[in-house]
Design a protein. Structure first.
Length: 217
């Protein structure tokens, strides 16, 4: 695994606003056994990379990026490059007994529609997910160019984990399976500090960001 601590500007679709929280939780029936995991469910002996709100399990060919907000300089997302795909993950605080994903999907759809894109709701391996066609905002892009992305979400105990899959993982079954397995392996560290629902669980650089964590390229 390669670790890259370069700053990057995150996409506009990165925040969760004030929304109702009285929806049931949305998660695979085997989430506790096969992930994404709560810290209390994770193996204590596995060699995770500790990024604060999430822990990532190193694997061959994985390139990890910290996505940093320009103004505040805080880490606001984790970018994972794997299997010719990108997976952006963000952990959020959530209520103990209700979920966030049902309402957040509507919010994401509205945001993409305002950008001129479209979304399709479908059933995926983690439950309902959004397949989105997002306009490419670039001076060099041909007008009307879009990129395909999958928005996935899992409600856990007092947390919600959102993922955005792009690249081959959005269109190719084999790449999708590899990225989905990567998402499954993530551990969310909610902590005991009181947090309002929908607040981003703090992320941070690993203890040794300059170290060589390469297990394969």
């Amino acid at each position: 695994m390669r670790l890259d601590c370069r700053s990057e500007r995150v996409s506009d679709i990165e925040t969760i606003g004030d929304i109702p929280v009285d929806q049931p939780k949305s998660a695979p029936e085997d989430r506790a056994e096969n992930g994404p995991f709560d810290e209390a469910e994770a193996s204590p002996v596995r060699p995770y990379v500790d990024l604060g709100g999430v822990k990532i399990l190193p694997r061959e060919g994985l390139h990890l990026r910290l996505e940093i907000e320009e103004e505040s300089k805080r880490v606001v997302a984790i970018g994972l490059d794997y299997a010719n795909s990108t997976l952006q993950v963000q952990p959020f605080a959530a209520p103990r007994s209700s979920g966030l994903w049902h309402e957040i999907r509507d919010q994401i759809s509205d945001q993409i529609a305002k950008q001129g894109g479209t979304t399709t709701l479908r059933e995926g391996p983690f439950g309902p997910e959004l397949l989105a066609q997002i306009p490419v905002a670039s001076a060099t892009a041909t007008p009307g160019t879009t990129r395909l992305a999958r928005f996935i979400g899992v409600d856990g105990p007092r947390w919600f984990l959102r993922g955005v899959i792009a690249g081959e993982g959005a269109v190719n079954a084999d790449a999708a399976a590899a990225v989905e397995d990567l998402f499954r392996s993530i551990v969310v560290v909610r902590g005991t500090t009181p947090m309002p629902p929908r607040d981003l669980i703090p992320l941070r650089m690993p203890a040794n960001p300059a170290g060589d964590t390469t297990t394969g390229v």
